[in-house]
Ligand binder design. Sequence first.
Ligand code: SF4
Length: 510
Amino acid sequence: MIYLYQNDKEYDYDVRAIALAFYEREKIIAVSESEFARLSAGEQGEENIRFLSLIYEENKITGRLFDKTEADARQTVCCDYHDHEHCRNEVCRFLYRLFSEFTGRTLPWGMLTGIRPTKIVMKWMEELEAAEGVAPEQKRHSGQDVKMPETVRASLEKRFSEAYLADDQKARLCVQVASREKAFLDAHPYEEEYSLYIGIPFCPTTCLYCSFASFPVSKFGDRMEGYMQALGRELEFVSEAYACKKLTSIYVGGGTPTALSEEYLKVLMEQIHRLFPVEKAREFTVEAGRPDSVTREKLQTLYDAGVGRISINPQTMHQETLDLIGRNHTVEQVKEAFYMARETGFTNINMDMITGLPGEDISHVHGTLEEIFKMKPESLTVHSLAIKRAAHLNMEMDKYQSLVKGSTNEMLCAVDEYCGKMGMLPYYMYRQKNIPGNLENIGYSIPGKECLYNILIMEEKQDIISCGAGASTKYVFPEENRIERTENVKNIDHYVNRIDEMIERKKKYL
Ligand code: SF4
């Protein structure tokens, strides 16, 4: 627990974010000056109670972090702290140093708590190009990596490490991913186009760590018809509103789209084809995430509909973990679904895995990677376990506390090594809040098999119009450097009953 006293709340958000990066899941309690003095002068000497005071004075902030043992750290930063635009990074560095001094620890990503670190490097690279006068048409090329001069790469890494106090490995990764993303985006005229996301919120069962819009088929299967009708109306509206724009990519996620019955999956594919110019889109992905939802017929339906990329997700290749996290399928089923997809003709299959699952250590990660290596997917997306508020894992934490050790850098290094052996390179990356270990999620792929949609959603370069329960739409206004969002309700029944309202929300921007 951290008792926090501040005489100003200017940086309250950053204070809490950095405190939580060092002390995951810690309670932070804001108290008044007199309460702070009383509590910190009290007798009880519990080591896990800490006291943080931040005193804002004209052009100066003084911080002190201490507990009832000898541990006591103090730092000061001099800046016009009201000037957020210029001082925020400086204040965050000061907060990071305060916690680092107190704990004796550094964090791989330093003071960065944001979810899109590559956006920072992307912006720097664009500024460099603008300074050199590179015109957009000069940037169009094959989409493969354009080799960045060594001096530029080194200076970007150095700038990143110094600005955010990140370690060298993360700085290297961030610059590598950003430069691959940039090469890929430069090759595609995405600015005038849009992408379509379709959410199918059904799953065979609910995974322990899930915080998505997901409803088990056994309980909610009878809602499929109503859902498909409402979704059809929303898709129809989007297809008309965006008729004059080119479609870059279609991504059907969820939930688990293949949790739809064979009949409704066909209906969905027909609907998409009737309403959108699928054959002109650059990419069409459908998640077939849960192997227990995959059948040969469903795979054929997707293949015949022109789906080019699918995802079959083991998360782990250890049966006891699969059972523990409620996935309700076997390791064998993962392999069967994968090879069935290959036999159907899919040549771009992604697999997702999670590091830091309850009860798993580095040896489990090696075991999972070894099995994935044998299957040879075209891409692998690696998530560090995030404990989201709405997930069962969080709500039943007392039960799982001793099993949740979190993801470690060692695990991510093992992933990187195996991906290298499979000929894959990292091509997109993001971070989430509530990842024990404060690490990242990375998408690796064989060159040429990257998922354009994943890059677009991370770099926020074009409108992503999302339909379905819990779907979040993003409208990008590049000239104004502005992004607007509209959200659909998560609950299936509410989505079906309030579909007119969901469409109205979109009308404001479309
Ligand atoms: S398969 Fe994905 S969406 Fe479905 S319950 Fe599991 S984590 Fe959630």
